[in-house]
Design a protein around this ligand. Structure first.
Ligand code: HEC
Ligand code: HEC
Ligand code: HEC
Ligand code: HEC
Length: 164
């Protein structure tokens, strides 16, 4: 008798605990999770294209200048700095470059297969499809190395898509 009564309570408790991470603001999960589903030819080599882009190596430029701890640089050269993402003081290597989530938004709430497959649900869960204006949140004159930003040309360099 007792067992029968305890079981549903346990189930409810577990459901409650598992729902906690999805409460409040979505969190950053890192490129390794995106890679699981977005790598390989059949998926358009999205991960591979990103890996070879300058975004995937954007911490190196700071290291070379000895500026890897400068918040004025980290804001554009890492993922989610100051917004719950990269945190140099926590010694996290994760998110140290311009990863997927720097453009597509923190993924904790949209990473699930069922959500990802539903474009609208994914957007509601925080997935961003960035446009030219969004690129310019980093590609702008606040960058010490800024010259100009030609969206068409820049997008052609990093273009990735899911094959039909
Ligand atoms: C469990 C697998 C899985 C994970 C993990 C995952 N995705 Fe997806 N994603 C998918 C699937 C499936 C689609 C739907 C398109 C398709 O069939 O390939 C998709 C679609 C997308 C789209 C296109 C959405 C649209 O409406 O056009 C973007 C952008 C995207 N994912 C980004 C990410 C990012 C960034 C991460 C990591 C934070 C991530 N995904 C993690 C499986 C996944
Ligand atoms: C407003 C965003 C932004 C800030 C702030 C920023 N950067 Fe950058 N940085 C960029 C972008 C975007 C590029 C790519 C070049 C371009 O098109 O402007 C870049 C390129 C660079 C490069 C050249 C890399 C190469 O391969 O040519 C170096 C070095 C660099 N940044 C160092 C720094 C340092 C050091 C700081 C801090 C003092 C800093 N950046 C602050 C956005 C920024
Ligand atoms: C979070 C900031 C950030 C965002 C958002 C961002 N970029 Fe970048 N991007 C950078 C940084 C930093 C570099 C320089 C990396 C390096 O060379 O170390 C860079 C470099 C590049 C480069 C390599 C050529 C160059 O100028 O050095 C291309 C191409 C590029 N970005 C395209 C884009 C496009 C297209 C978008 C929007 C869809 C975009 N970026 C959004 C930060 C950003
Ligand atoms: C510099 C910004 C930037 C970065 C970094 C970035 N993306 Fe994208 N991504 C874009 C843009 C821009 C689009 C096209 C948006 C549109 O079509 O409206 C896109 C489109 C996509 C699509 C949809 C393609 C389609 O055919 O519908 C997927 C999936 C995707 N990105 C996944 C990823 C994953 C996974 C990563 C990391 C490995 C990543 N992206 C890194 C800017 C970025």
């Amino acid at each position: 008798m007792l067992k029968k009564a305890v079981f549903p309570v346990l189930v409810l408790l577990l459901l409650f605990l598992f729902s906690i991470p999805s409460m409040g603001q979505p969190g950053y999960i890192g490129v390794k999770t995106c890679k699981m589903c977005h790598k390989g030819e059949k998926k358009g080599n999205v991960f591979e294209i990103w890996s070879e882009s300058k975004h995937a190596n954007s911490s190196q430029a700071l290291v070379e200048k000895g500026e890897q701890n400068n918040p004025d640089c980290l804001i554009c050269h890492t993922t989610g700095f100051g917004k719950g993402g990269f945190n140099p003081e926590a010694g996290e290597l994760k998110l140290e470059t311009v990863e997927c989530e720097a453009c597509h938004g923190p993924g904790s709430d949209y990473k699930k297969m069922t959500v990802m497959k539903d474009s609208e649900a994914a957007k509601t869960a925080g997935l961003r499809m960035p446009d030219e204006e969004f690129c310019k949140t980093c590609h702008n004159p606040n960058s010490p190395n800024f010259e100009e930003f030609d969206f068409a040309k820049a997008w052609a360099e990093i273009k990735h898509e899911i094959p039909e």
